[in-house]
Design a protein around this ligand. Sequence first.
Ligand code: ARG
Length: 303
Amino acid sequence: MSTQHVPEASTMPEAAAAGATAVVPERNQHLRRYLMCRPEHFTVSYRINPWMEPARPTDTALAVRQWQALYDTYLELGHQVELIDPIPGLPDMVYTANGGFVLDGIAYGPKFRYPERAAEAPAFLAWFAANGFDVREPDEVNEGEGDFLLAGDTILAGSGFRSAGASHRELARIFGREVVPLRLVDPRFYHLDTALAVLDPVVGAANGGPERAGIAYLAEAFDAESIAVLRARYPDAIVVDRADGAVFGLNAASDGRHVLISPRATGFARQLRERGYTPVPVDLSELLLGGGGIKCCTLELRG
Ligand code: ARG
């Protein structure tokens, strides 16, 4: 066993104890290819999550402007963004994370929990087929990258509100990766991407030790068994405060270096900086009226 020198608090030089010379790791950016959908038809006309209040007015023009700022930020950071045409009458189509799960050039399609979103599925499947992906039609209810997050070689898979447990097995069969099921218990955090963010795509177990995945999560969104799994697998994870979770701070998109987050998640931003990440605030307050944020509006396309 290798020994690591960890100074005890009492022997630490004062500056280090105050955090002034703490070693902050250098983070590497990974360029991404994303799929987004301009919210031209965004509104809240039905209620399928606790954030949605159809009686409350929405401002579609503001939603488009905020979305545009997210799109522009991705391009400024060097990422590639593809667009799928918005369809009238499908106000939630802006949340492209639910449009599928794409890995190794294979696009596993969604099968939405609620009929209000069902018509989005064929539109996403058609887009994947037209863009050269190996399309797999789902048998099981699943809402794509909203519930499935790739952390290194492992797929973290949520259930409890939207994606069915059976979809986790379908996912494992199609992609041949380890799938780790996690159970969500708070209806406000109904998709895995509202309660957990993968920050660093390079997950490696150094010398057989614990995985060093850069992930962040809101513990209270999960059942006790899932919390135990997360603690054991990711002892270095950032555990965010309730206040940051409540403003959808975890619905974030990371390229390994820059982490696009809600400007309201100030505590999480501080935690990210301490770990060497660069938080990039992007305000999607209007899209939060539909119960979605940055990550919901972003689907990663992995060739
Ligand atoms: N109104 C949408 C729904 O309830 C929001 C989806 C948010 N997407 C996400 N990946 N969390 O389905």
